[in-house]
Design a protein around this ligand. Structure first.
Ligand code: HEM
Length: 376
């Protein structure tokens, strides 16, 4: 099992080979907290994260070596488990910088210009209970117990300073970030992540994922922006759609994931190709065409989402979907693509029910903490 360093140039959990499980949590700072509380929280989170990602307990005394008369530092359910590829990625939401015009932590002047609540999109059906938040933590691991242990202990450490606003469990990655990973499938049964930005594509990462020193503000250089969209899938309707129609909606075939213009999974789609009657083989309203860089000014994003099933609805339907996570150098990249998807034929089978955006600071240098540059 692998262990990824917590400290480094970039935060782990972005280009890291996508792990199998996700526990994502959004936090709000508590009333009457000040700048020192925020700094100490980020320090405590970073310290605990640097240990847990190495398969260690949150502190040296951990779950069982402390005083028998005190609650243990670590909750214990990951005792004996390896790091399981755990990554912990911390982000700052727009409201951390400014809430209802109030600069609670003396950082309003440092808010990245683009870090604003996302605009409303056609068809949005957002639940405030699954949207936004002052801070976020994305915990990914190959063992769900390890990911849950991380969020549980980090929220415990936040006691008196921040509380969980909403959270999401995910299983089954819906993307890949290295060529060595086989392309996984989403709950529509299609391969997802074929055209994703890969971790060894340094040029694409610099152009589309990492905020540059020349982008403002300077403290975010080496960081990124994370967009989360909880997207419900109307599974029962989808499952009654003819296979050929499913293929047409995506623009790729279900078996191989090859573009409908021909070739194999990794053949570039040819949007100009038509059948004998002159109809494009890849429909103009297919997901792949609408999201493709060719029709969006070259824009790309790094996708890192997960499948979710939150039990079932009262009608006996699966409460399921895709917890979409994307990393980009500017929020505009997501906004442009999501607007382009307004005519997506897939929209009949999905519903955006949660949304959030966070600035992702660069990685912390050893011994320091995530976001330190913001308080320098
Ligand atoms: C590609 C599914 C939502 C952006 C794809 C592919 C599938 C897929 C099957 C083709 C394989 C691949 O290249 O990964 C879905 C499903 C969604 C969803 C089921 C919702 C439940 C979104 C959203 C965005 C997005 C919200 C961005 C706003 C993209 C992009 C591509 C893509 C950029 C690659 C296009 C290309 O370069 O060919 N998606 N997607 N998707 N999707 Fe989605």
């Amino acid at each position: 099992a692998s262990a990824y360093a917590f400290f480094g140039e970039h935060q782990a959990g972005i280009t890291t080979p996508v792990q199998q499980h996700l526990h994502f949590a959004s936090f709000d700072m508590m009333a009457r907290t000040d700048r020192d509380d925020l700094i100490s929280l980020l320090q405590d989170w970073s310290y605990a994260a640097s240990r847990m990602t190495q398969g260690l307990e949150v502190s040296a005394t951990g779950a069982v070596l402390g005083s028998p008369q005190a609650p243990p530092d670590d909750t214990g359910e990951a005792l004996g488990l390896p790091a399981a590829g755990l990554t912990i990625t911390i982000g700052f939401g727009p409201t951390l910088f400014e809430l209802d015009g109030t600069d609670r932590y003396g950082i309003a002047a440092q808010r990245p210009d683009g870090l604003r609540k996302l605009p409303a999109f056609l068809g949005d059906d957002l639940d405030p209970g699954a949207s936004n938040g002052d801070l976020c933590i994305q915990a990914c691991a190959d063992d769900p117990q390890v990911a849950v242990h991380a969020i549980r202990n980090l929220s415990r450490i936040a006691f008196g300073r921040a509380t969980i606003r909403w959270s999401q469990l995910g299983f089954g990655r819906t993307s890949k970030t290295t060529a060595a990973q086989a392309t996984p499938r989403n709950l529509f049964g299609f391969k997802d992540g074929t055209a994703n930005i890969l971790s060894d594509d340094a040029a694409a990462l610099d152009e589309y994922v990492w905020a540059a020193a020349s982008d403002s503000p300077a403290w975010l250089a080496g960081g990124s922006y994370l967009v989360a969209r909880k997207i419900g899938m109307i599974i029962e309707s989808w499952d009654r759609v003819r296979l050929a129609e499913q293929d047409a909606i995506i623009g790729r075939d279900k078996g191989e994931g090859a573009p409908l213009s021909g070739g194999d999974e990794f053949t570039e789609p040819d949007f100009a190709r038509t059948d004998a009657a002159g109809t494009p083989l890849i429909s103009a309203t297919s997901h792949v065409r609408l999201a493709h860089p060719e029709f969006n000014g070259g824009i790309r994003i790094l996708r890192r989402g997960y499948n979710f099933v939150d039990g079932n609805t009262d009608l006996g339907r699966l409460d399921a979907g895709l917890f979409f996570l994307s990393y980009q150098r500017s929020p505009e990249q997501f906004v442009t693509l999501q607007r382009a998807l307004s005519t997506d034929t897939m929209n009949e089978y999905i519903r955006h029910i949660g949304s959030g955006i966070w600035a992702i600071p660069p990685g912390a240098i050893a011994g320091s903490f995530v976001g330190a540059g913001l308080f320098a």
